[in-house]
Design a protein around this ligand. Structure first.
Ligand code: BGP
Length: 468
């Protein structure tokens, strides 16, 4: 068994839109996904795993399996159906009930304020490309801090700014489905950095007890060879996916070399440089000193080669191995290495990438005193076997090998304080629907029955051992 410190948090993660269902219930406002998914016609977020009604069952399972920390998110449009203005009391009451139930089961909530579910009104007014949205987000966050301060201690500003910006503006897989708009992507990343910073500054000004941080998806980027051209491609990919956001939120600045890379990517795509003001930079710098932790969501690493052609991105959203293409003009192309196993969604399994990312954060952002792995897990097509069991040995292997990396970097002095499996139960996946399951608990989406997978039992034992 893996050796982890006694006070190491072993939890699990969820998100509102992927679990709650009830998208039209109790005055909830529409979000950017509702229309997008309706038009796509493949699947919807109703009923997901009906967490809106089933949360007492889930929390009981959580308690019974020794999980005492759980990531959940607050759906902005349950509180402010149009993103700002009038408050919906039924939404406010729902989260009070939810947090109370968590507490009754001895579960510590880690609460995300924005997990990909922008209210539709704000989305149609320009979303994160409209600076006004930043102000509305701060108001929503301040409302939550005030309202839930006695129930919540751990706050996360934004989940995965990189995924949002890239998938909304470059790969076209998130609404509005724009493709190859690198300028929009970087501008949005900057406004997401700003939104995070302002919420942190607001939290400190309100003097709310607790800790606050941001969650970044990090896909560790490696050049596929020693060639200088591959090294440059990897550097560009890293700036696009990781560094611009890491620097903006953890250093609170963009140094000239970083901006040069951004400019080079934009130039190669014949797009204008982004706008950043000194006043905004001052806000980033102020917040960077006050961030309590950074969350790292890690699923896979990227091996990148130089590429001179036009952008061509084909998303594997069905779990058909080998169906993806990932080439970006002015950046590079991702290569699948034969020696690495991949998931059915073409995600290479590479635990060392997690270790390297954790070391990098510790080395480059020495002000960061605490790191949580806020998501890590394996997506699979699954069904119960003839005995009704789900023997997800591959998932156990995945989690174990990643936790071994975590234990290794802790022994080297990297301050990793917790790990949250994605996900607690099976749920809706944004671009894949319901056939990509991550849960420790299997959910029958017809009946909403839950049953523990083998991984849930394994995780329970791991938690119990840690406490010995
Ligand atoms: C992260 C998100 C989660 C979750 C996970 C798995 O990017 O924060 O919300 O969905 O990835 O991704 P997917 O469902 O696309 O496999």
């Amino acid at each position: 068994m893996i050796q982890l410190p006694k006070d190491f948090v072993l939890g699990a993660a969820t998100a509102a839109y992927q679990t709650e269902g009830a998208t039209k219930i109790d005055g909830k406002g529409r979000v950017l996904w509702d229309d997008f998914l309706e038009k796509q016609g493949r699947f919807s977020a109703d009923p997901a795993c009906d967490f809106y009604n089933q949360y007492p069952v889930d929390f009981k399972n959580c308690r019974d399996f020794g999980i005492t920390s759980l990531r959940v998110s607050i759906a902005w449009s349950r509180i402010f159906p149009t993103g700002y203005g009038e408050v919906e009391p039924r939404g406010v009451a729902f989260y009070h009930r939810l947090f109370k139930e968590m507490r009754c089961n001895g579960i510590e909530p880690y609460v995300t304020l924005h997990h990909f579910d922008t209210p539709e009104t704000l989305f149609s007014e320009g979303d994160w490309l409209n600076k006004e949205m930043v102000a509305h987000f701060v108001d929503f966050a301040a409302f939550c801090f005030e309202e839930y301060q006695e129930e919540v201690y751990h706050w996360i500003t934004i989940n995965e700014p990189t995924t949002l910006a890239k998938q909304q503006r470059i790969t076209g897989t998130f609404p509005p489905g724009e493709k190859y708009q690198f300028n929009h992507c970087f501008q949005q990343q900057h406004y997401l950095n700003l939104a995070h910073a302002r919420v942190v500054n607001q939290f400190r000004e309100m003097n709310i007890p607790g800790e606050i941080g941001v969650v970044h998806a990090i896909q560790t980027v490696y050049p596929n060879s020693d060639k200088e051209s591959d090294r440059l491609a990897a550097q560009r990919q890293d700036v696009l996916e990781n560094k611009f956001l890491l620097d903006g939120t953890l250093k609170g600045s963009y140094d000239p070399e970083l901006l040069e890379v951004v400019e080079a990517i934009l130039k190669d795509n014949h797009q204008d440089m982004i706008r950043v003001t000194q006043e905004e930079l001052d806000e980033l710098a102020k917040a960077a000193e006050k961030v309590d932790f950074v969350g790292v969501n890690y699923y896979y690493s990227k091996f990148v080669e130089s590429y001179d052609g036009p952008s061509e991105f084909i998303h594997n959203g069905t779990g058909t191995k080998g169906s993806s293409t990932r080439k970006l003009a002015g950046v590079g192309q991702e290569v699948l290495r034969e020696e690495l196993r991949t998931t059915d969604w073409d995600w290479p399994i590479y635990p060392q990438g997690l270790g390297d990312t954790l070391r990098r954060i510790h080395a480059e952002y020495s002000n960061v005193e605490k790191i949580y792995i806020t998501e890590n897990g394996l997506g699979k097509k699954e069904a119960p076997d003839e005995n009704g069991e789900i023997l997800d040995l591959e998932r156990i292997d995945y989690i174990e090998s990643h936790l071994e990396e975590v234990a290794k970097v802790i022994s080297e002095g990297v301050p990793v304080k917790g790990y949250f499996v994605w996900s607690f139960q099976d749920m809706f996946s944004w671009t894949n629907g319901y056939n990509k399951r991550y849960g420790l608990f299997y959910v029958d989406f017809e009946t909403q029955e839950r049953r523990p997978k083998k991984s849930a039992c394994w995780y329970k034992e791991l938690i119990a051992n840690k406490k010995k």
